[in-house]
Design a protein around this ligand. Sequence first.
Ligand SMILES: CC(C)(COP(=O)(O)OP(=O)(O)OC[C@H]1O[C@@H](n2cnc3c(N)ncnc32)[C@H](O)[C@@H]1OP(=O)(O)O)[C@@H](O)C(=O)NCCC(=O)NCCS
Length: 348
Amino acid sequence: MDYSPGLRGVIAGETEISTVGMEGTSLRYRGYDAIELTKSHTYEDVASLIIDDSLDGKLFKETFSKHYEELLRDEALLNLINNLKINLHPMDVLRTAISYIGQADESNKLDAASKITAISCIAIASYDNEPTSELNNDFVVASSLLPNTASKEQLEALDDMLILYAEHGFNASTFAARVTASTRSDLTSAIVSGVGTLKGELHGGANEAAVELINSFDTPENAEKGVHKLFEEKKKIMGFGHGVYKIQDPRSPVVKSWVEMLSKTNESINRYEIAKKVDEIMDSEKNLFPNVDFYGGLLLSELGFAVDLFTPLFVTGRSVGWSAHYFEQRKQDTLIRPAAKYTGIQER
Ligand SMILES: CC(C)(COP(=O)(O)OP(=O)(O)OC[C@H]1O[C@@H](n2cnc3c(N)ncnc32)[C@H](O)[C@@H]1OP(=O)(O)O)[C@@H](O)C(=O)NCCC(=O)NCCS
């Protein structure tokens, strides 16, 4: 058998959920262009599409709100989150908070998936402000994550970000979730596998590293010098390049235009200028394009989130993709068990 390091290019399963990078740059959820969906639909509609093949998000909204309100009254959960927060990274808090619900009732896919989304929202919202009990009916999930004073533009921007995070084929965390599902394990366990895998900086954690890089420069001129220094040190610039897209990440322009629209203070305009300078150098000197995480981190920061909450927000968005893959893999009922190329001593 041929061996491909990192399984690059290997078809490791069948899916009806999405296509990534077909026609060079497109991302489609069950045949719908994801970028078009950001203009015409909400995250709840897209969540329902990804999990249940229906673009009507009414049921997802209802079940999300029900779980959100119930979990918000769950003192044991809130105490658990508050205790974990003292010493752990928010991703570790989130991973454990999700475990708290144990085995979800999987008889209704949207109900089970929306419960996972709700618990991630509560864990994130418990950081900056008290989780709100007033959800906006148009942007239910996004409003659970932002303060009540958030503008319509801010809600829409976060809603788009969640849509773009929602699903992305057989990426590392989704594959991890599918491997767990393939053993006939349960939904919560599959999601926890996904969270642990998303945490690494080559995957979800790239948005945190990208913003930290941008924040480390005070002017576009210094950014230029700093990026050249990183080139000399042969370091990777987080938020650039992609394992599947080779020309452009179609999600990046949507996110970039939100950053441009929301950057109003001098400080945020300067950070946007710095980011554009890094982008320009990566393009002209390395022929590498920004992925969703480069401007994504900046957008989340513009929306008021602390850097260590970026990957948890990615979890919220991606929880519906992981859930859809979990249900698909359970239906296929094939144990994932690849072979390894042995490189050790033959006999001793
Ligand atoms: C995402 C990623 C792992 C894709 O990897 P890949 O398709 O296997 O690409 P490779 O790692 O083989 O890179 C190909 C070349 O481009 C370079 N390259 C890729 N991404 C780079 C980056 N972000 N900064 C600098 N150089 C990069 C590699 O060093 C390699 O150069 P080489 O041929 O001289 O060794 C890689 O681009 C990366 O590490 N990016 C930064 C992390 C990130 O943003 N992750 C989020 C993904 S959504």
